[in-house]
Design a protein around this ligand. Sequence first.
Ligand code: PNS
Length: 162
Amino acid sequence: METCVAVVPGSFDPVTNGHVDIIERACKLFRVVHVAVAVNAAKEPTFTRDERVEMLRLACAHLPEVTIGTFDGLLADYAVAIRAGTIIRGLRAVSDFEYELQMAHTNRCLAPDIETVFVPTRTDYSFLSSSIVKEIARLGGSVEGLVPDGVRQRLREKFEQR
Ligand code: PNS
């Protein structure tokens, strides 16, 4: 297990500026940061796997430490397969903590050598989620400052199609 490799997993449906903030900060802590898009999340995603990966590629283009991949199955298995020593998760508020702690314990049970590190989000993004930006976009509001530029256009196109 390599402690210099971290994985930042998520649905990224779509990536928000809150995600990018966590990824940027992970890059200050780790030599390689692998962003892992969950394919088989319980919820039906709005964006396809390829769309989510492409939006992440654009959003992380300024970060040479970042690689992007997808996984379909257990995160713990994927982290072991890519030799990540650390799973990074952002924490926005205390309300996130219960689920995140349960997930960290589960992943520790499945892969005891992998540590979970929680990174608190910047306060300006503490309310932000992919669901919130989709709700704003669906109802015709502005998501400027909430998502990377490429994502704004994608959201517009996605909700115009409906
Ligand atoms: O961005 P999200 O939706 O909060 O990310 C959650 C995610 C995808 C990281 C989590 O659901 C996950 O790891 N799914 C993969 C399946 C898994 O490993 N489940 C056991 C740990 S709870």
